[in-house]
Ligand binder design. Structure first.
Ligand code: NDP
Ligand code: 2IT
Length: 444
């Protein structure tokens, strides 16, 4: 048994009932075989054992009162996974499916993603099984305040800087920040994705979606191609999906489908983004309304069917494991040539295999959606310097970072003899920097 196999076996044994964590760890560790082979000192230092064990896991009770006066209790999490290259950094997810396995998979991914940005940020993730959907603003505020009443003691601008993820957007960050500021009496960059009036950065809202398109554009360019005239399918109907759609359209692509967790819309004439934004961002409504408002578009209950729509480029931007092997095969059969992961771990291990075997250019999440956290790090830099960059300045830096990531993962894959395998490239390039820092720090 190799070193990697032993670490994986132990991880599964000692962290039972954490399937998403096992999946992310398997995807990462199996690609690191050639790196640990080249560096026998890693095994001596138990580097992989330390890499897969969070530095700290915080779990807490979040009690709050709903609009009917009833006391509700949710679970709160913050996994401070790895601070070798910078303060813990990563989003908070509020969704009923949240559990320790999901937060740990996200945290593990985040370590390498943040490393790939080239900026000094470590990996962390947190969240709650609270469901903001259908809650009043007051209920969301009550929940966020209670959540921060515990979280504040564990975070700080140089310690751990949370941000948004599924179910956590500008509104939630505002309430969380307000409560942190009240408790600590500090107006600092302790959260990113803040509003522009209180220290946020331009482009952070758009960053993950834009970044996804910038890196995909670079992959297209390397093959003498572009977004112009391409048919694109995007899953999700949230922050990442909306701004991926906007940027893809601005580059001449036709986005024909999107979904939320109830169903998908197909618009052969191209998605009307102003209508999408009105439904989602203004009214907090459901995607179903799109078909009622736009002639020629169709709404279908259920999500999976979206992957049967023929496209050149598929951009999963909703959640983990939304593309399985069968959906991947359907995409391939229908001529899909590029997959860029806007969501975290949207493709199962089997789906990735289908894409790679069939020559699809597959850009894995930790590279493809790194634009969000990269821009969070730019927000931290602006907060520390007490300065604001213009939209054009931040956007240019984001684009530069994404283009860089593409070439780094491309070169790392080539260096190890796996040209075009960006899962290998991203894991290896991201891991090397973290491993270097961990070795330099000694046994900690
Ligand atoms: P949002 O909450 O803004 O939107 C999430 C969207 O995905 C919603 O349309 C939601 O539908 C849909 N969705 C969630 N769960 C499911 C499900 N089980 N099945 C089908 N659809 C689902 O989140 P974001 O756009 O911020 O995040 C989307 C993905 O991108 C996540 O994987 C996140 O981790 C990742 N990501 C986000 C970053 C960011 O900066 N925000 C950065 C990097 C990655 P519904 O409303 O019906 O629940
Ligand atoms: O998955 C992610 O990278 C995010 N949700 C963004 C994290 C951040 O700190 O901006």
């Amino acid at each position: 048994m190799t070193y990697v196999e032993r670490v994986l076996k132990n991880l599964k044994k000692h962290n039972p009932n954490e399937p998403e964590f096992h999946q992310a760890a398997t995807e990462i560790l199996t690609t690191l075989e050639p790196v640990v082979e080249k560096h026998p000192e890693y095994e001596k230092a138990a580097l992989l054992e330390r890499f897969v064990e969070p530095e700290r896991v915080i779990m807490f009770r979040v009690p709050w009162v709903d609009d009917k006066g009833k006391v509700q209790v949710n679970k709160g999490y913050r996994v401070q996974f790895n601070s070798a290259i910078g303060p813990y950094k990563g989003g908070l997810r509020f969704h009923p499916s949240v559990n320790l396995s999901i937060i740990k998979f996200l945290g593990l991914e985040q370590i390498l993603k943040n490393s790939l940005t080239g900026l000094p940020i470590g990996g962390g993730k947190g969240g709650s099984d609270f469901d903001p959907k259908g809650k009043s603003d007051r209920e969301v505020m009550a929940f966020c305040q209670s959540f921060m009443n515990e979280l504040y003691r564990h975070i700080g601008a140089d310690t751990d800087v949370p941000a948004g993820d599924i179910g956590v957007g500008g509104r939630e960050i505002g309430y969380l920040f307000g409560q942190y500021k009240r408790i600590r009496d500090e107006h600092v960059g302790v959260l990113t994705g803040r509003g522009l009036s209180y220290g946020g950065s331009l482009v952070r809202t758009e960053a993950t979606g834009y970044g996804l398109i910038y890196i995909t554009e670079e992959a297209l360019k390397a093959r003498g191609d572009s977004f112009e005239g391409k048919t694109v399918v995007i899953s999700g109907f949230g922050n990442v999906a909306i701004y991926a759609c906007q940027k893809a359209q601005s580059l001449g692509a036709k986005v024909v489908a999107m979904y939320d967790s109830n169903g998908y819309i197909y618009d052969p004439n191209g998605i009307k983004l102003d209508i999408v934004k009105d439904i989602k961002e203004v009214k907090r409504g459901r995607i179903k309304e799109y078909a009622q408002r736009v002639e020629g578009s169709v709404y279908t209950e259920g999500c999976k069917g979206i992957w049967t729509i023929p496209c050149d480029i598929a951009l999963p931007c909703a959640t983990q494991n939304e593309i399985d092997a069968a959906s991947a095969q359907t995409l391939v059969n229908n001529g899909c040539k590029y997959v860029g992961e806007g969501a975290n771990m949207p493709s199962t291990l089997e789906a990735i295999e289908v894409f790679q075997k069939n020559g699809v250019v597959f850009l894995p999440a930790k590279a493809a959606n790194a634009g969000g956290v990269a821009t969070s790090a730019l927000e931290m830099a602006q907060s520390s310097g007490r300065i604001f960059w213009t939209f054009e300045e931040v956007d240019a830096k984001l684009k530069g970072i994404m283009v860089n990531i593409y070439h780094n993962i491309d070169n790392a894959a080539k260096e190890y003899g796996y040209e075009g395998n960006y899962v290998m490239g991203a894991n290896i390039a991201g891991f090397k920097k973290v491993a270097d820092a961990m070795m330099a720090h000694g046994v900690v």
